[in-house]
Write a protein that binds this ligand. Structure first.
Ligand code: FMN
Length: 275
């Protein structure tokens, strides 16, 4: 049976996945306090009703950075899809195509970017982690541009990772034969279990550039013609924008809020403030 909602999907996933994979997908850092707070924060947001507007026809489509979306929701970048299914990121790209939206492919993809772009019939954007080795980062950017990615999504909220205790407990590592396919050079392609630490956190600490700052955006723009979107919730406004759920939820919310098109949505619809 299809999952009725995301919570039900989570229950199904827990049943199907190994403890290691489940812990990685589900878990957060340390006592997972921020993870719980982030989830709860969505419940503090309410939308104002707006009635007596003709909402008999609604259009959820919009254009972002030149990519046409049939609904205002992107598939966020997440790492290591082959841990969940052998079709990995290719399956996600096909699903994004069916849903009418753009998938943001993670740097830490277990499928090469070329294969993912050719499996998708819609635009693919690429989520970038900047490595200390700027030469390797530049090579990655050139590769994803050559593959046909339409935009870069620069992650800025993970200069270092917290202590992922579930990963430490399960000894999280990529299984033999599975690697980070966009980073084939030695030392970049694997996430291995680390002594006393989460392997992923150790990977970030060893390889990623925690010194990244605004001036690096200019550098990124100078090495690639792709538009750059900065990823990481940096202001409450950004969080509010994220709250438009999936197609059905968005469609209903738009009808109840008296917004037949995306252009009708404005900040004054938000009835409550994030704490
Ligand atoms: C299992 C998992 C893997 C993730 N991998 C990445 C990643 O590789 N790159 C990235 O920028 N963000 C990654 N994220 C963060 C998500 O893109 C997203 O920003 C975050 O989950 C918050 O959105 P949510 O509230 O819808 O979960 C990951 C999140 C999860 C749960």
């Amino acid at each position: 049976m299809d999952a009725l909602n995301l919570m039900a999907l989570e229950t199904l996933a827990k049943r199907e996945l190994s403890e290691m994979t489940w812990g990685y997908y589900y878990g957060g850092a340390d006592d997972e306090v921020t993870l719980r707070r982030n989830r709860n924060a969505y419940q503090d947001i309410a939308l104002r009703y707006r009635v007596l507007v003709d909402v008999s026809r609604r259009n959820l489509s919009t254009t972002v950075l030149g990519s046409e979306l049939e609904l205002p929701v992107l598939v966020a970048p997440t790492a290591f899809h082959k841990l969940a299914h052998l079709d990995g990121e290719v399956a996600t790209a096909r699903a994004a195509t069916t849903a009418g939206t753009t998938m943001v492919l993670s740097t830490l993809s277990t499928t090469g970017v070329e294969e993912v772009v050719s499996a998708a019939e819609r635009d693919i954007w690429f989520q970038l982690y900047v490595y200390r080795d700027r030469g390797a980062t530049e090579a990655l950017v050139q590769r994803v541009h050559a593959a046909g990615c339409k935009a870069l999504v620069l992650t800025v909220d993970a200069p270092l990772l917290g202590r992922r205790e579930r990963d430490i407990q399960t000894g999280f590592a990529l299984p033999e034969g599975m690697g980070i396919e966009n980073m084939l050079a030695d030392g970049y392609a694997r996430v291995d279990a680390a002594e006393g630490d989460s392997g992923l956190a150790a990977y970030f600490a060893r390889l990623l550039d925690a010194s990244l700052s605004w001036k690096d955006l200019d550098w990124l723009r100078s090495i690639s013609p792709m538009p750059v979107l900065v990823k990481g919730i940096v202001r409450a406004d950004d969080a509010r924008r994220c709250q438009r759920g999936r197609r059905r939820n968005s469609d209903l919310a738009m009808a109840l809020a008296g917004c037949p098109t995306i252009a009708d949505i404005s900040a004054d619809l938000i009835a409550s403030k994030l704490r």
